[in-house]
Design a protein around this ligand. Structure first.
Ligand SMILES: [Zn+2]
Length: 248
């Protein structure tokens, strides 16, 4: 039986140094691959490798590795990785590990700035998830028309500047669309201001009702598309309801 050679620490180090920078041929790589194929490392071994690895790497080294990694990935590769990870769910253990790893870490000013620059223009206009096909601009443009202002004034005069719900006269008054304005635009497929001016149902006085600002806020369609305002609106609505019940 052949006796196993025991290498001294120095000898091992020398071998290791000699191997630095040496390019392994494809053939050798294939051989190494074949030898190790199908071998499973025990948890103990894996832990040891990981620890050794971790211990030998300084923060600097890790940063460099990460940068190199990033640099060597083409856009294509990144896209593929990104697509591949879509819908993958992380296990509770992984999540917990990530949580612990990120604990107490704060983004540097540089990172925040980089993210800000990266996000510029990424979520504006059509790319935004709130995008409804440019109706906001059309909506605003129609509301700026003289005909619209006339419609509002006529509705208010007809209702004697009195809120249809709480019957308060004067104050800040709105004219509420019974059939939602945005819905009407969609229903009659209105794409331009000219279309809107020609569309008779849009200017139906029966579709308008004078409401005070507070009562208008209680309507379903008030700032419906403005999701940012929904939370304060809900708080406001409950406050108004509570106040009303006290007054009764
Ligand atoms: Zn009112």
């Amino acid at each position: 039986m052949e006796k196993k050679k025991v290498l001294s620490e120095e000898h091992k180090r020398n071998i290791s140094i000699a191997g630095i920078g040496r390019i392994v041929s494809k053939e050798t790589r294939q051989k190494l691959r074949d030898i190790n194929l199908g071998k499973t490392l025990s948890d103990e071994t894996r832990r040891k490798i990981s620890q050794n690895h971790r211990r030998s790497q300084t923060e600097e080294t890790r940063r460099k590795i990460s940068q190199n990694h990033r640099r060597s990935q083409t856009e294509e590769t990144r896209r593929k990785i990104s697509i591949g990870s879509i819908g993958k769910k992380l296990s509770t253990i992984t999540k917990e590990k990530l949580r612990i790893a990120h604990l107490g870490k704060k983004h540097t000013k540089e990172q925040i700035e980089n993210r800000r620059i990266m996000m510029i223009g990424k979520r504006c206009g059509e790319k935004c998830n709130f995008w409804k096909g440019g109706i906001t601009y059309l909506n605003r443009a129609i509301r700026n028309q003289f005909k619209y202002k006339q419609w509002v004034a006529t509705c208010m005069a007809r209702d004697n500047w009195t809120c249809g719900t709480c019957h308060t006269r004067g104050g800040i008054l709105h004219v509420h669309h019974i059939e939602g304005f945005a819905e009407l635009l969609k229903l009659y497929n209105i794409r331009t201001v000219e279309d809107a001016l020609k569309c008779a149902p849009l200017w139906d006085l029966k579709n308008g009702i004078t409401l005070c600002k507070e009562c208008h806020k209680l309507t379903e369609t008030y700032l419906k598309n403005n999701k940012v305002n929904n939370k304060p609106l809900l708080i406001y609505q409950t406050l108004v309801c509570e106040r009303r019940e006290k007054e009764k």
